[in-house]
Design a binder for this molecule. Structure first.
Ligand code: SF4
Ligand code: ZN
Length: 339
């Protein structure tokens, strides 16, 4: 558990490593840290996570999915920094979902951050790729907005990674995003799905592997790191944000209350899941085949994206989307990769 100190606390407590006022108490590491040492602590933890789970190899091209939110901004900034001494390349992709003002602000944050870090960025507009922004797709499909959004983003990010010849996609998921889903899937005995919630998933034909460099970082730590670094993040929340208490939110609170009395238990839990990821993956039922339209790995004949677009827009759009992304990529990335 990491607690953020308020101004009043900060006046009396000093950093364990220097004379500056502490901004955080990292209880599982028995440390009080100032802004500078806290940021170093988090950066070291992410680099150790990359090494511990062998997330990236020297010479790889890592594509970071930046949403404009603080989690992916933190991943991008730390990976961009680490890439210099670990010897890999970083590029970024942002999906403009066309959710009015919210998407406009999110895109602006992603562009500003990539410009500041000197990271090449490709922006993909959902409306340009399929002829409809997210709100229209949601209305036509009659499915919950976040389920359509998640499906579309997964497909577009993977298609972008294939076209950019990325070795891996980096996501901004942290420990508090993942562990509640692990518990929920355990309760429902969807053991195979737990295997997808570890620090990485491997690449397969038509599917670029995904890594989660914030696997051992908590939500509070991500927020405090973003604050100490002055990283931009989109203000306000997406109009489709679901209010109310979901199972995941209840589990998140439960895990935090256990962590309160047992500092370090969440990291131990995350590491145990990572150790057993192979076992959980082996519980995934069924054969994987390829979508007959676009070649994406799927459990049926047609992938979820082609099914959604066929039902909502009249034709499976996996192949057209790949072709359009190729054109966008060939047109050059923002902050360009030598073109
Ligand atoms: Fe997408 Fe839902 Fe997040 Fe909005 S709240 S960005 S619709 S997943
Ligand atoms: Zn498909």
């Amino acid at each position: 558990m990491t607690d953020r100190l308020s101004e009043g606390d900060g006046c009396t407590l000093k950093c364990s490593l220097c004379e500056n006022p502490a901004v955080a108490v990292v209880r599982y590491a028995k440390l009080r840290l100032c802004g500078k040492h806290f940021a170093e602590f988090i950066r070291r933890r992410v680099v150790k996570t990359i090494e511990r789970y062998k997330l990236v190899q020297r010479g790889w091209r890592v594509l970071v999915a930046v949403s404009g939110g603080k989690d992916s901004s933190v991943v991008l900034q730390i990976l961009s920094d680490a890439s210099k001494h670990l010897g890999f390349e970083v590029e970024a992709v942002h999906i403009d979902l066309g959710i009015g003002e919210y998407s406009r602000r999110a895109r602006e944050v992603a562009e500003r951050l990539c410009d500041a870090l000197g990271v090449p960025l490709v922006v993909l507009e959902l409306n340009d790729l399929v002829g409809a922004p997210l709100p229209e797709l949601v209305t036509r499909s009659r499915r919950p907005a976040c389920s359509v959004c998640g499906l579309v983003k997964r497909h577009l990010i993977n298609s972008a990674a294939l076209e950019l010849k990325a070795d891996v996609v980096a996501l901004g998921h942290h420990m508090d995003d993942l562990l509640p889903y692990v518990v929920k899937n355990f309760i429902l005995q969807n053991l195979g799905d737990i295997g997808k919630l570890g620090p990485k998933t491997e690449s397969d034909e038509g599917l670029v592997g995904r890594i989660r460099p914030l696997y051992e970082v908590s939500e509070r730590e991500v927020a405090l790191y973003a604050y100490t670094q002055g990283l931009p993040a989109v203000e306000g929340s997406c109009p489709y944000t679901v209010k109310g208490c979901s199972i995941e939110e209840e589990v998140r609170q439960f895990l935090n209350s256990i962590e309160e009395r047992n500092p370090g238990i969440k990291i131990a839990f995350a590491r145990a899941i990572a150790r057993n990821a192979g076992f959980y993956r082996s519980r995934l039922a069924g054969q994987v085949s390829r979508c007959r339209h676009c070649g994406t790995p799927t459990s049926g004949e047609v992938c979820a994206f082609c099914r959604l677009t066929e039902r909502s827009l009249g034709r499976p759009m996996g192949p057209a989307v790949r072709a359009r992304i190729r054109e966008v990529v060939e047109g050059g990335l923002r902050g360009l990769r030598g073109s």
